[in-house]
Design a protein. Structure first.
Length: 336
């Protein structure tokens, strides 16, 4: 309700009232400090307050209309509206207040005044505990996610990539960025914005068309530590999608390839310590075996949908994952 009120206070005349509402929220939520340091029970009000008594005292309360009310304890017990000196509230405390706001609420709050805009978008007061950022191309959202009546995913729509940049002003880091896309152009622009604003450890690549974005991803984010790739849409369900190349990510340790073919001539980064590989076609792993020989640091390997019913296939697999070839391998999981 508090932030709903803020949406009504974007003009100069009402900015102070919006600030007062958040001050009440600060009084309720502020932890670890002496409340009297910032919320005195006795303090002079503004000189222009109607009915001001020279010896009056006031305390904070929220009126029925949503405005901050100052109750003057004087002989006449007059109740008037007043505005405390919100501009003196320390930036540290403002950040602690803003930490309780969701993304949409922060977008409203940043329009209250230039100081709030500066604090909220300076990256010194980012959204806390952001783990995953999902970026959907509009056509993907409309054609798939929005039509799934069981999904609980809710999104914030932005008109263009300038709007996305503004969103990222409120986020300094996230563990994972997930890209859901049809076109290479959309994926490239998302990667550009991520590289400019966001510190991420992992990127999930979910194409809905035959689009190879890895070379551009490596160019912009060469120091990723984890990569998860899985083609979507029904056309790739049975046959998967061929991976034409794999660039050298210098710090990549975790790699998940789901329903990708690896028949092309390339090597996987030797820094990989954890590999999870799966493809619907059950003989897919034969093309993977020569590439495993390059992964001398591999410690964890999961292979799914693998048919090793022929003795020669099983023997070739055992030789590849032997201690001689993969000396650091400690966990091996295989399923059919």
């Amino acid at each position: 309700m508090i932030l709903q009120k803020l949406s009504e206070f974007c003009d100069e005349e009402k900015n102070a009232a919006a600030a007062d509402i958040l001050l009440v929220k600060a009084e309720l939520l502020f932890l670890g400090k002496d409340r009297d340091q910032w919320f005195p029970t006795q303090c002079p009000t503004r000189s222009d307050v109607r009915g001001r008594h020279p010896t009056a005292k006031y305390f904070l309360s929220l009126g029925a209309a949503g405005y901050l009310m100052v109750e003057l304890e004087a002989d006449s017990e007059v109740v008037v509206e007043a505005v405390p000196h919100f501009e003196f509230l320390p930036t540290e405390l403002l950040c602690r207040i803003f930490n309780y706001l969701e993304l949409k609420e922060r977008g409203i709050a940043e329009r209250v005044c230039s100081r709030w805009h500066s604090v909220l978008t300076s990256r010194d007061c980012p959204l806390a505990d952001v783990v995953v950022v999902n970026l959907f191309e509009p056509s993907v959202w409309v054609d798939t996610i929005a039509k799934n009546r069981y999904t609980t995913v809710k999104g914030t729509f932005v008109n263009d990539f300038d709007g996305l940049r503004n969103v990222f002003h409120h986020i300094s880091s996230a563990h994972t960025a997930k890209l859901w896309f049809h076109t290479e152009g959309f994926a490239r622009k998302c990667i550009d914005v991520i590289a400019e604003f966001l510190e991420v450890r992992c990127v999930d690549v979910y194409p809905y068309a035959n689009v190879h974005i890895l070379p551009y991803l490596q160019k912009k984010l060469p120091h990723l530590s984890a990569l998860n790739m899985r083609p979507h849409s029904n056309q790739f369900h049975a046959c998967g999608l061929q991976l034409p190349s794999f660039p050298e990510f210098s710090k990549l340790t975790t790699l998940i390839l789901d329903n990708y073919g690896v028949e092309a001539d390339f090597e996987l980064p030797k820094t990989v310590t954890s590999l999870d590989y799966s493809k619907r076609e059950q003989t897919h792993y034969r093309a993977l075996l020569p590439k495993l020989l390059h992964l001398i640091n591999l410690e964890y390997f999961t292979l799914s949908h693998a048919d090793m019913s022929r003795p020669e296939d099983f023997n070739a697999f055992v030789r590849t994952v032997s201690n001689e070839n993969l000396p650091k391998l400690t966990i091996l999981v295989s399923s059919t």
